[in-house]
Design a protein. Structure first.
Length: 292
């Protein structure tokens, strides 16, 4: 089952599928969709995200964007997914409303896995039923009602992600600095590789950022920058036929040796070793998000 809402005037798209693994092949890849995946089954769902395997347990959620390469290797499994594009609801423009960037979506360095306890699962299932009702209510305010429900879903999921995945000693203002740093890195990692670059953008000192990240996840800001660069390199190596030299050029490296050195430092492999070990190339894998 797939329920869809299209705003033809603004090119907005919102869909709810209880079988995303099958339904996503009919989605328009050009819409650059963002997804909230929810395992509502009583079994684990297998997925690969940027060539890394994950298990999504019953009543766990995760998120992906059009920057990810998501693959579901078991075709007879089901997963419930909310999918929307920027034209329907722009999480960057409305981050002040939902505070999700750098926690659920763009800029988060770890794949967010959110677990619903019994009480939260009940609340989410009630919200799911409201979504179903609204998708089947056709009137001139349907789009606004669906946006309100999506906003509520994002806020509830973000709260749980912060509660489960972020050090409780951090104040909300400190978490916001970490979020903004992560989003800035996501936007500028090709041309800005130094912590000072981001400290200036945030009007903070490099030392302040280092102290915050140690409390947040014990990674340094420089490590976050390097890992984001190498994540993009791994995506290009795994899902395209580009050579290591071409990938280095795409990522702004002037010397291939510098790219090799950083890649091996982060992954313990050379780019060629990584590409050979994944053997997943664009056009040869099925159900790849962003290409579905």
């Amino acid at each position: 089952m797939t329920l869809r809402y299209n705003d033809y005037k603004l090119q907005g798209f919102f869909a709810l599928s209880d079988n995303f693994i099958q339904d996503s092949k009919d989605y328009d890849a050009d819409k650059k969709l963002i997804h909230i995946h929810w395992n509502r089954n009583d079994y684990d769902v297998e997925m690969e995200l940027d060539a890394v395997p994950y298990l999504l347990e019953p009543n766990q959620l995760t998120t992906t964007t059009y920057f990810h390469q998501a693959h579901f290797p078991v075709k007879n499994q089901h997963i419930t997914t909310f999918s929307f594009n920027r034209e329907f609801y722009c999480i960057r423009d409305h981050d002040h409303e939902v505070s999700c960037n750098g926690v659920l979506f763009f800029g988060t360095q770890e794949t967010p896995i959110i677990t619903l306890g019994k009480s939260e699962a009940h609340k989410f299932n009630l919200l799911y039923e409201v979504f179903l009702d609204e998708f089947n209510t056709i009137d001139n305010i349907q789009g606004e009602m669906l946006r309100m429900l999506l906003k509520r879903l994002i806020i509830k999921t973000t709260r749980l992600a912060k509660e489960q995945n972020i050090n409780k000693e951090l104040k909300e203002s400190q978490i916001d600095i970490v979020r903004k740093f992560n989003v800035l890195v996501d936007m500028h990692f090709r041309e800005k590789r130094q912590v000072n670059d981001y400290a200036e953008l945030l009007f903070k000192s490099p030392k302040t950022l280092s102290n915050l990240f140690y409390k947040y996840n014990q990674k340094s800001p420089l490590q976050i920058i390097h890992e984001r660069v190498i994540l993009e390199a791994k995506r290009l190596l795994a899902y395209t036929d580009k050579t290591a030299k071409e990938v280095a050029y795409d990522l702004g490296f002037e010397e291939i040796a510098s790219f090799h050195k950083l890649f091996k430092k982060v992954t313990t492999q050379t780019p060629q070793q990584f590409k050979s070990s994944t053997k997943v190339y664009k056009g040869k894998n099925e159900q790849v998000e962003g290409k579905s």
